[in-house]
Design a protein around this ligand. Sequence first.
Ligand code: SF4
Length: 431
Amino acid sequence: MNTSIYLHIPFCKHRCAYCDFNTYAGQEDSIPAYVDALIKEIEFVGRQRDSDSESQQGNDSTTRLYDYSTIHTIFFGGGTPSLLTAPQFDSILRALTSAFALTADAEISIEANPGTLNLQKLEDLRKTGINRISLGVQSANTEELRMLERIHDFFTVIQSVTEARKAGFDNLNLDLIYGLPEQSLASWKTTLSRIIDLHPEHISAYALTLEHGTPFGRWSTKGLLPIPDPDLAAEMYEYAEEFLEANGYAHYEISNWARDVEEGRKSKVESPTFDLRLSTPSFTCRHNLQYWHSLPYLAFGAGAHGYVDGYRYSNVLRIKTYIDRLTNSQSTNLPFPLSPATVNHHKQTRQDDISDYMINNLRLTQAGVAESDFRERFGVGLLDVYQKEIEELIHLGLLESKTSEVLKTSEVYRLTKRGRLLGNQVFVKFV
Ligand code: SF4
């Protein structure tokens, strides 16, 4: 089983008022030093993996379940990764390909903000091997974009999509946010119809959350910002489900929709199959599927989180500290996959792993949790662990079970339409 790599690029031109990601505005001068530090971290972790593997030879009890030398997805997230130049991406990708083997069909994604791209840059990015772009669109409404403090307007989105197509990108995701203060259903409908006019292969739509410590969080506590109406947000979500499926997008994860590869350009697809991930090649985000299937991933960069061999680990948050640690540290005796930037690492308990598996896999609205996969992973039946919880959730109409169309003999459990709206009520049962 191959693994995935996440790289965090914590730079933004402006810090949006709702954002609680680990990202910083006005520090773009540090980008060259940050890229150097990222490369050092990649080289360091690659060396540690090789020396760990050598010391493990002949010791079968520590044989790894996953192949940490072969990578099938790479994701540059942020922040605004598109603030990096194509040569900077090229040097990072060269470091990755010398430390790891990439599968021939590896998915290499970057997050990008419309307004940080132009045709020449997109062509240069495509030449580096990047083959998927996730554009932070958020809304097609000028007032909403202004309220979110985004630096682009919708015309810039149209330009970016058009130029990305010209540059040869045939796998685009457009990110949206709904449930904004004072956003109407009519405005959300307009955003969705403008988005599908652009024919992206993939669409993500997340409800706005008012996070503590952000200006939006503070303003709403003080009564300065109208709190989004949760019933209206639920109506917007249900509308997106119907509208996107009617327009050819299979709803494969609570907040994510993808075109089918075969049917990609047709306006409508038949009702998607039950086990989408197993039976239908599509433009699903393979990198995020790694998370949702609770499979391992390595992480590089300030504040990046990784998951390897049942360990979760994370790096120091601040850009300067990250650069200093990679530049000045002499430590060489850290076990794979830790680096001088690591500040936290802990082994998950078996129950943590089981809970995470349930919460992640139930997000997959069609694939859900397959009994056979659970048994293979944990050596015990799903109902032996969660019979009471599952029966209760089925009784409440939040979960349903069905015999898998692909796995034939296996029972699959997934969220009902109501369960998707009340996901947190379901997930809490498995913690
Ligand atoms: S552009 Fe994205 S990552 Fe950057 S501050 Fe705005 S929301 Fe956060």
